[in-house]
Design a protein around this ligand. Structure first.
Ligand code: UP5
Ligand code: MG
Length: 198
């Protein structure tokens, strides 16, 4: 697909900030296609015959960032499939949980498509930890345990926040306070998004 035919918003925020929850709302009301990098990696890990399965499993459990080649390729494949499926030959994407390392940000914007802006969900670690431990009771996610959560927070602060800062310096971040109820967070999200999209 050609970059002129697609709109991309990156959706960032710490582990458990509510990225997936709010993306579901935006899909319902604005017709975006939601692509979660974490979901794509988990699906690839499960795929029979994947050469990356074991590696992805270890990286996710340790809260580390999977080498970007794998993730960028998965995202590009999913975008291509969606654009080809769409009658208009266009696409409107929420790329959730990506880019979370500087090399990914540069590579994706250079070789796939620049993003319009970043939607950043800002939440306290205390609140995120509470949410993830609660979800961990039933999610079956290998990284929803106290030890992995700590590692995910460390990676977020050291590796992913610099990406948010990089976009912020370019005036490309729309920040939403994400500690409130899901409904309140969504209300703020809609308001800021509509202002920005014009
Ligand atoms: N919840 C949501 N909003 C709430 C609110 N306002 N009030 C109270 N509760 C709220 O929400 C998390 C939980 O909180 C849910 O139970 C929800 O009901 C509740 P969710 O919407 O799922 O939050 P989200 O931000 O999507 O949390 P998630 O756990 O998905 O975030 P992560 O960023 O940690 O997970 P992701 O799947 O993106 O990545 C997982 C791993 O994949 C990474 O750690 C990394 O190892 C790997 N990865 C890469 O290597 N490269 C990538 O590019 C991407 C991922
Ligand atoms: Mg998520």
């Amino acid at each position: 697909f050609s970059p002129e035919n697609v709109t991309v918003l990156f959706v960032l925020g710490g582990p458990g900030a509510g990225k997936g929850t709010q993306c579901a709302n935006l899909v319902r009301d604005y017709g975006f296609t939601h692509l979660s990098a974490g979901d794509l990696l988990r699906a690839e890990q499960e795929r029979e015959g994947s050469e990356f399965g074991e590696m992805i499993k270890e990286y996710i459990r340790d809260g580390k960032i999977v080498p970007m080649e794998v993730t960028v390729q998965l995202l590009e494949n999913a975008m291509t499939a969606q654009v080809e499926k769409d009658k208009s030959g266009k696409g409107k994407f929420l790329i959730d949980g990506f880019p979370r390392k500087m090399d990914q940000a540069i590579k994706f914007e250079e070789t796939v498509c620049p993003s319009k802006f970043v939607l950043f969900f800002d939440c306290t670690e205390e609140e995120m930890q509470k949410r993830l431990l609660e979800r961990g009771k039933t999610s079956g996610r290998a990284d929803d345990n106290a030890e992995s959560i700590m590692k995910r927070f460390k990676t977020f602060v050291e590796t992913s926040m610099p990406v948010v800062d990089y976009f912020e310096k370019q005036g490309r971040v729309v920040k939403v306070i994400a500690t409130q109820t899901p409904e309140a967070v969504y209300k703020e999200t809609r308001g800021k998004l509509e202002q920005r999209l014009g």
